[in-house]
Design a protein around this ligand. Structure first.
Ligand SMILES: Nc1ncnc2c1ncn2[C@@H]1O[C@H](COP(=O)(O)OP(=O)(O)O)[C@@H](O)[C@H]1O
Ligand SMILES: [Mg+2]
Length: 231
């Protein structure tokens, strides 16, 4: 028996209103992603990649259409439902890392666990395990400004994993990294997919994630282009 896709969008639209004018971010996207996929999402700047990831992450709401992620209807969800969804179901990694500058590495990683109401001791233990896996133990009491870009992104990956989400969304995760650190970050995301069966979506301009893709999606003007980026 085939299970339902973990991400299911139909006619998904997001239109931004700026004063009198409207900008189409997503123009009606149909999508079905199975659990355990590693999706590489491409498209030129402005094609809608970040808009799509923000909707799937529950950070933003569709203007129209349906979006069901891990069995939750995000188009109709309440703010309270979305808050829980963001903490439990998705982990997000961004181009600019989005770490809190006044918190240490360990505190940045632990924060979403504490916000989710998990016991402090258990959360700190899990944060330390993740940091060890990422080779960041020696950096656990350092602040983001003391880290290299690669270390900041590894911290952000640990933070994305603290609540053990089934879905990881990475928006240009290598955009601010040199090629060596970019390769490390992509390898980590691929590991999460292969070894722990997380569903991973990587939006990227780079070809570095190409060998790991099980699903290839090309966005063009807010819509899924025919074929894929490899064609
Ligand atoms: N907050 C916003 N307000 C207005 N327009 C936006 C906003 N975010 C994105 N857009 C527009 O939506 C389109 C898709 O943008 P985006 O999803 O950021 O593309 P990508 O991530 O592929 O570069 C672009 O035309 C962009 O200018
Ligand atoms: Mg973007």
């Amino acid at each position: 028996m085939k299970s339902d896709p973990v991400i299911h969008a139909s006619r998904l639209r997001r239109v931004y209103t700026l004063g009198e004018s409207q900008v189409v971010g997503l123009a009606g996207v149909d999508l079905a992603i199975d659990a355990g996929a590693l999706v590489v999402l491409k498209g030129v700047s402005g094609s809608g990649k970040s808009t799509l990831l923000a909707l799937i992450a529950g950070l933003d709401r569709p203007s129209a259409g349906r979006l069901v992620v891990a069995g939750r209807d995000l188009a109709g969800a309440s703010e309270a439902d979305l808050t829980v969804f963001r903490r439990e179901v998705v982990g997000m990694v961004f181009q600019n890392f989005n770490l809190l500058p006044t918190l240490s590495v360990l505190e940045n990683v632990s924060l979403p666990g504490l916000l989710a109401g998990r016991p402090r001791a258990e959360t700190l233990r899990r944060a330390d395990e993740l940091l060890a896996w990422l080779g960041m133990t020696a950096r656990r009491h350092h602040f983001p400004a003391q880290l290299s870009g690669g270390e900041m992104q590894r911290t952000a990956i640990a933070r994305a994993l603290i609540n053990d989400p089934p879905i990881i969304l990475a928006d240009e995760p290598t955009g601010n990294l040199d090629s060596g650190n970019g390769a490390v970050v992509v390898q980590l995301l691929a590991d999460l997919n292969r070894r722990w069966q997380r569903t991973v979506i990587i939006a990227t301009h780079s070809t570095i994630a190409d060998p790991y893709a099980t699903v290839r999606i090309l966005l063009k003007d807010g819509a899924i282009a025919d074929g894929s980026w490899a064609d």
